[in-house]
Design a protein around this ligand. Structure first.
Ligand SMILES: *[C@@H]1O[C@H](CO)[C@@H](O)[C@H](O)[C@H]1NC(C)=O
Ligand SMILES: *[C@@H]1O[C@H](CO)[C@@H](O)[C@H](O)[C@H]1NC(C)=O
Ligand SMILES: CC(=O)N[C@H]1CO[C@H](CO)[C@@H](O)[C@@H]1O
Length: 337
């Protein structure tokens, strides 16, 4: 058992690091046939190995652009801006063999609008193993870094993790949830990895992806969307520039959001701000129908309507946007089906 484990580990080191290709058959006549047999065996084992064990190689990590586009079109609702930006950003980055810096996306919006969901869609269309990939790392502020008194420890841990993970695979992805609750010191300590450095301590971070999720700026996005709605304009005609200015201002000036204290924005380390608009009744219905489809249930419009009617909408007078977005749809559906 132990020997087998060691053997697998050796093969892992050999194959995942690409060393197997460097092995050359010994060129003495006697050894030739033996070496040929061995190489043949190694080669076939190598293929099987790649097939079953996740490696930092294109077989396991490469963007399925069609897949991402289809997923964004069919599974994400009410987010024409986010859809467009994400597809362009991710496909541009992944097709660049020599990016100048890592891809840094900052996803902003009200709760339940799809920020976590979109991160999952990106992971699933870049990594064969999706969110289960050993190259995808999720950090949640309140879960991983809860105690302000331990900031010094968290800082060195986080830096070691990022460095360790990118050393073993440059196409690593890091998702930071609840970024607005993250200690400014921690945000500061990841800044160097986001910058235009060729290498830091011998490690290049340029092919990694960093995704920050936060509610920061959510209110200003709601306000802009509500103004649009009140003016009787079509939501899908909303453009990035309509939200961008008020978004970056509110993220900057919001005392509570950690971003305020840092120079992420100041130094242009964030490549794309991605606004998530608050969801309307119609989008909730779409979420419910999509969830039924995911569960292999026949689409039932009455149930979807019922689920959507059950939610709370704001602002109080107009009741346009769902307070929790599509967040509670799953449990609501359990109740009705
Ligand atoms: C890419 O995604 C599409 C749509 O989901 C799927 O049909 C296709 O098989 C995927 N391609 C690969 C190489 O995984
Ligand atoms: C941040 O909030 C504190 C207390 O609420 C206030 O005194 C301070 O002026 C605020 N700073 C900025 C830049 O708004
Ligand atoms: C080698 C290394 O440092 N791996 C780290 C990658 O990140 C995870 C957290 O997601 C750590 O637990 C690992 O130690």
């Amino acid at each position: 058992m132990k020997l087998r484990k060691r053997c697998v580990l050796l093969l892992f080191v050999l194959f995942c690091s690409g060393m197997a290709e460097a092995l050359e058959p010994i060129s003495t006549t006697i050894a030739v046939s033996m070496a040929a047999a061995l190489t043949g065996f190694l080669a076939s084992y190598q293929n099987i190995f790649y097939h079953f064990h996740e490696c930092c190689r294109p077989e396991w990590i490469s963007l399925n652009k069609t897949g991402l586009k289809t997923d964004l079109d069919e599974k994400l609702f009410g987010q024409h801006l986010a859809s467009r930006i994400i597809l362009r950003a991710v496909s541009g980055f992944m097709s660049n063999e020599n990016p100048k810096k890592p891809l840094v996306l900052s996803l902003h919006g009200w709760t339940g609008t799809g920020k976590n969901f979109v991160s999952k869609l990106i992971a699933e269309n870049v990594y064969k193993e999706g969110m289960h990939s050993s190259f995808v790392h999720v950090f949640t502020s309140t879960l991983h870094f809860p105690h302000p008194s331990l900031i010094a420890t968290y800082k060195s841990e986080l830096q070691q993790w990022i460095k360790g993970n990118v050393s073993s695979c440059e196409r690593s992805m890091f998702i930071f949830d609840e970024m607005d609750k993250m200690h400014p010191g921690l945000i500061d300590c990841i800044k160097p990895y986001l910058d235009y450095y060729d290498k830091l301590d011998g490690v290049s971070y340029r092919k990694s992806i960093f995704i920050f999720l936060s509610n920061a700026g959510g209110e200003s996005i709601v306000q802009t969307t509500l103004d649009f709605w009140k003016a009787g304009r079509i939501r899908e005609e909303m453009e990035l520039k309509d939200v961008e200015t008020s978004l970056s201002l509110s993220v900057f000036n919001n005392n509570k959001s950690g971003f305020f204290h840092t120079s992420l924005i100041d130094k242009n380390l964030v490549d794309f701000f991605v606004p998530f608009l608050p969801l309307e009744y119609l989008h909730i219905v779409q979420c419910a129908l999509a969830e039924m489809k995911a569960r292999n249930l026949p689409p039932d419009m009455d149930v979807a309507d019922q689920v959507a009617k059950d939610l709370v909408y704001f602002p109080k007078s107009e009741r346009v946007f769902s307070v929790k977005g599509c967040k509670t749809i799953e449990s609501k559906l359990d109740y009705y089906t």
